[in-house]
Design a protein around this ligand. Structure first.
Ligand SMILES: Cc1ncc(C[n+]2csc(CCOP(=O)(O)OP(=O)(O)O)c2C)c(N)n1
Ligand code: SF4
Ligand SMILES: [Mg+2]
Length: 200
């Protein structure tokens, strides 16, 4: 069991903080108690989300959050299982797992902390970096168009796939609640601020 919001280590103004508050409120309003839920995360800034939300938690390898969450759901179907990823983790190194999770449609809520860059490694371009955005790896501007995670998820069989924005807190919380209540695999791709590296 993990708990605690006492030691948040994200940069001031980071959208990650709003997203975990929305997740915590969603669990609270749905009456899902800490011993009935698991939050699985990976490597990246938002990996700490699982430490800051009370309840069972697991930190897995980069790109491997969904395989681990799948295993948890299969052995403990009574638990509410949430997987939290970054945009590189979910749509880069973990892309294969993402597509197959959509197809498999197990009851897992998948929240992407989409800051459109690799933040933990100090601001490289990711699969959702907008075209022409300047990052460490695209100093002249990104020339590779990002793809649309929600469209991709739907194409792969996901029946609940939505965008959200961390600054629209009430809407974000409601979308997360809907995603948790959806019986099957659900994606919420949350756009968020990253004041340290997302400057577009
Ligand atoms: C297998 C592996 N490859 C690369 C890394 C280095 N690495 C750590 S975090 C990261 C980028 C994470 O980006 P994202 O998933 O978007 O999360 P964010 O930090 O932006 O929240 C990378 C490439 C690693 N830890 N493990
Ligand atoms: S680098 Fe960006 S995503 Fe990471 S903690 Fe700082 S503001 Fe948040
Ligand atoms: Mg990122």
């Amino acid at each position: 069991m993990r708990s605690g919001l006492n030691n948040i280590q994200w940069c001031p103004g980071c959208g990650d903080t709003l997203i975990i508050w929305a997740i915590k409120k969603a669990f609270e309003e749905l009456g899902i108690e800490s011993h009935n839920r698991v939050v699985v995360s990976w490597v990246g800034c938002s990996w700490k989300a699982s430490q800051y939300i009370d309840g069972y938690a697991a930190e897995t390898l980069h790109g491997r959050t969904l395989p681990f969450a799948t295993w948890v759901k299969m052995i403990s179907p009574e638990l509410t299982v949430m997987a939290v990823w970054g945009d590189w983790d979910g749509f880069g190194i973990g892309m294969g797992h993402f597509i197959h999770a959509c197809r498999r449609d197990l009851d897992i809520t998948y929240i992407v902390f989409d800051n459109e860059n690799y933040a933990l490694t100090t601001g490289q371009a990711s699969p959702t970096t907008p075209i022409w955005a300047k990052t460490k790896t695209t100093p002249e501007g990104n020339i590779i168009a990002p793809f649309d995670p929600v469209a991709l998820a739907k194409e792969a069989g996901c029946k609940f796939a939505k965008y959200a924005d961390s600054v629209k807190f009430a809407e974000l919380k409601e979308i997360i609640k809907e995603a948790i209540q959806h019986k099957g695999f659900s994606l919420v791709d949350v756009h968020q601020a990253c004041p340290s590296f997302k400057r577009w």
